[in-house]
Design a protein around this ligand. Sequence first.
Ligand SMILES: Cc1cc2nc3c(=O)[nH]c(=O)nc-3n(C[C@H](O)[C@H](O)[C@H](O)COP(=O)(O)OP(=O)(O)OC[C@H]3O[C@@H](n4cnc5c(N)ncnc54)[C@H](O)[C@@H]3O)c2cc1C
Length: 452
Amino acid sequence: MITSVEPERVRVLNDATVRTRDYVLYWMQSSHRTEENPALRYAVERGDQAHLPLVVYFGLWQTYPEANLRHFRFMLEGLAEVARSLESLGIRFILRIEPPDKGVLDLATNAALLIVDRGYLRQQQLLYRHVAERCPCSLVQVEGNVVVPVEAASQKEEYSAATFRRKVTYHVDRFLHPFNTGSPERSSLGLDLPTLAGETTDALLSQLTIDRSVLPSALYKGGTAEANRRYEQFLDNRLGGYADNRNDPGGDGGSDMSPYLHFGQVSPVTLAVLAQEQGGNGTPAFLEQLIVRRELAVNFVRYNGNYDSFSSLPTWAQKTLALHHADPREYGYSLNELEHAATHDPYWNAAQKEMMKTGKMQGYMRMYWGKKVLEWSKTPEDAYPAALYLNNKYEIDGRDPNGYAGVAWCFGKHDHPWGERPIFGMVRYMNAKGLTRKFEMDQYLENVRQGR
Ligand SMILES: Cc1cc2nc3c(=O)[nH]c(=O)nc-3n(C[C@H](O)[C@H](O)[C@H](O)COP(=O)(O)OP(=O)(O)OC[C@H]3O[C@@H](n4cnc5c(N)ncnc54)[C@H](O)[C@@H]3O)c2cc1C
């Protein structure tokens, strides 16, 4: 079937056929938005071609790995907006509290065709496979949370940004096309399919049996409108100076888009197109992070089945860390001490507190933070899961390819060997002196104290 979505974004996941049934079904799983969502666009076009209404489904999975109240609130704030937006397009939104594979298979009984968007983590792959094996109709996946589809960019795990950059940038222009999704020909609002979509975020949250130990962020509200508002401010005030300011922990140089990108509440294509239109000195540096670094992380998770463990590291990094396994540590902290920000280092403690309070640690501090978890843990093998645990528990953007690649980078992934030193071996080292030499760190401490 011909649609306006680039063919590289589309793949068929099972052998079943398109049938004559009641509706086309879009299972929204990782792209929580109606703006510039290629899976939604594809679903609208396929529905129109078959003269069938389109139904969108979202299953609220209470036991999603490592998800807690902070993540659920942010996500539900976004889904409330999706519900309103779909209604304005004449599309029925079925939101239910249930394992999504079960819910989508129930609805697929009457579907002519099932469409799903694409995430890359293990739990998402398992879900897609489970549904593909049981789905009675054709299941098509549309990849919309990257600029360049992961297999189009590269067919293998890339060694570093240096090897990946040329490959991905070769394709970028072809995929940087903004578009609008119009209403389907046939409304599905009249279909009698039970949904919780009209309920408030608070009402939905109160029905969930989830980990409530991490409070929602007072600083970051979820949803596409909030992402757009923040991004506009970034374009107006900060993109120009991005190359110089993005690393400064005490400054405000970043776009703060990572929580919104993580839930697919905003499209990386939209962000890249707007940054390109604006132009200026900061744009190349910003696109380097948004496309090259972010999609290198997707490449890592896509091609390295051990992306969440120490064994994902390159051989040189594993070897050098093993050689320094038993090196004496000047400071040693348990996971509990790290979690409670109880180290001797005020900058590290501030970074940990920033993440715990706001749900988003400043980018440069994430590197310093991860390096110190490696330095102060008993062994690198203890440090690796500790860093992932804390990152995924407190960051709104945690449980993301970027988080797995970010932690791996602290242990040598996507980097090259440096001079040999204790504990780190040839893995790159960072220290507090470097922070104070380069940045106004008192300002960072003050920002964290004030909850900014
Ligand atoms: C130890 C560690 C853990 C990390 N954990 C996460 C995580 O859980 N989730 C997450 O999204 N990012 C993570 N990062 C990557 C990066 O720090 C954040 O994406 C960035 O700080 C988000 O802030 P921003 O949106 O203001 O970024 P900006 O500077 O405005 O960059 C724009 C976008 O580019 C991407 N980007 C920026 N820096 C990187 C990078 N180093 N690697 C890959 N993509 C990047 C992000 O999608 C970001 O939103 C981690 C990095 C490290 C070193």
